[in-house]
Design a protein around this ligand. Structure first.
Ligand code: PLP
Length: 400
């Protein structure tokens, strides 16, 4: 782990006279030198607008950006490059799909979600429901943070047009049985959408094997830059989806009486894209391909499990969610204390965690709590980070 830490310059920052302990990786991850340099090199050496130009800079910029698309394709096991649409992130990817699926929903049709979703995988579907007259239903979450599969099978019916769920929960770290859910939903005739924002870094995602129709993720949660992400869609699904923004890049021909559109992915990439972002994302994928990711994920799992068992020894510590398979997230409460106060006390000890509802208000409502304190780990966190967290929580409990 110490080898990988050296790749992330920000981890050398000192805060309150000690190295900063960054445990808010589910919100965004830090960036390795390889990504920072790829972005800087693009602006320093290759900057030009992409596509449709004959000069060398434009060709280089186009090649770099399209190579990044190819890297993303391989990273998630998509069959075709055309299945990789660059978006601003997971949120925009899901909005793109929800917008495009307006015509598949009729009044009374159902969109099945889960109580475990991030707002990004709820609100776009509510907007689609408002436009179409479809009805939102949600699979219940159990007190242990697992989806209630009996409820899933009860709510999955021939009325279910769309099923959307996350692969890994950002709020509790629950790893959902995505393959089982997707297969059942597909068998029921639903279009399947998987929010992979929290999965792509910690798991090997294979969209072809998962066989979902759409899969979304954000670059900034996997060591890439902000403002760039991917919507994967099966090619026939993307072909069937109407474009959602009009402008340059996405057209084939334009006359004043009408326009024809490019094929995917360009049909969905109107305007000048986030070229530097895509190149940075490509660099993040290369970085992940070059490190021993499996070993690091195994070490991360061990660290999270060990940290959790130490936190459990602290009087007043209450874990929120006990999923059978946990990703790198520990969500908790301290008896009698507001999560925000705990977060502030941890910050005073140089430990950065997130507090609140984690953009999952329906989940907090289902669990009957206002929010949690969330420590989320990444591949560069080490035993010292974990010790500092445990000591900081222990000390915080003495103040509260
Ligand atoms: N879905 C999940 C599970 C997330 O954790 C997040 C971000 O925290 C999102 C969606 C939204 O991602 P973004 O803000 O990058 O679009």
């Amino acid at each position: 782990m110490s080898a990988i830490r050296a790749d992330f310059p920000i981890l050398e920052r000192v805060h309150r006279d000690a190295p900063l302990v960054y445990l808010d990786n589910a919100a965004t991850t830090q960036k390795p030198v390889a990504v920072i340099d790829a972005i800087a090199d693009y602006y320093r050496l290759h900057n030009a607008n992409v596509h449709r130009a004959a000069y060398v800079l434009a060709e280089e910029a186009t090649t770099l950006m399209e190579d990044a698309r190819t890297a993303c394709q391989a990273f998630i096991g998509a069959r075709e490059r055309a299945e990789i649409v660059f978006t601003r992130g997971t949120t925009e990817a899901i909005n793109l799909v929800a917008n495009g699926l307006s015509s598949v929903c009729e009044p009374g049709d159902e969109i099945l979600l889960t109580e475990l979703e991030h707002h990004s995988n709820i609100v776009p579907w509510q907007m689609l429901a408002e436009r179409s007259g479809a009805v939102i239903r949600a699979v219940k979450v159990r007190a242990d943070g697992e989806l209630d599969l009996e409820d899933f099978y009860a709510k999955l019916t021939d009325k279910t047009r769309i099923f959307a769920c996350n692969h890994v929960s950002n709020a509790l770290g629950t790893v959902n049985p995505a393959a089982e859910l997707v297969q059942a939903a597909r068998d029921a005739g639903a279009i399947t959408v998987v929010d992979g924002a929290q999965a792509v870094l910690h798991k090997h995602v294979d969209v072809a094997a998962l066989d979902c129709d759409f899969y979304a993720f954000s670059g900034h949660k996997m060591y890439g830059p902000t403002g760039i992400g991917v919507l994967y869609g099966k090619l026939d699904r993307l072909e069937a989806l109407p474009p959602w923004q009009g402008g340059g890049e996405m057209i084939e021909t334009v006359t004043l009486s009408g326009s024809t559109y490019q094929r995917p992915p360009y049909k969905f990439e109107a305007g000048t894209p986030h070229i530097a972002g895509a190149i940075g994302l490509g660099a993040a994928v290369s970085y992940l391909n070059d490190i021993s990711r499996d070993e690091l994920v195994a070490a991360e799992n061990e660290l999270v499990a060990k940290t959790l068992s130490q936190l459990r020894q602290i009087p007043g510590f209450r874990l929120v969610g006990e999923p059978a398979e946990r990703s790198a997230v520990i969500s908790f409460l301290i008896d009698g204390a507001h999560p925000q106060d705990v977060g502030t006390l941890l910050d005073q000890q140089g430990v950065a965690v997130r507090t609140g509802h984690h953009c999952a208000m329906p989940l907090m409502q289902a669990l009957g709590i206002p929010g949690t304190v969330r420590a989320s780990f990444s591949l560069y966190n080490n035993a010292e980070d974990a010790d500092r967290l445990v000591r900081a929580v222990d000390k915080a409990t003495t103040f509260l």
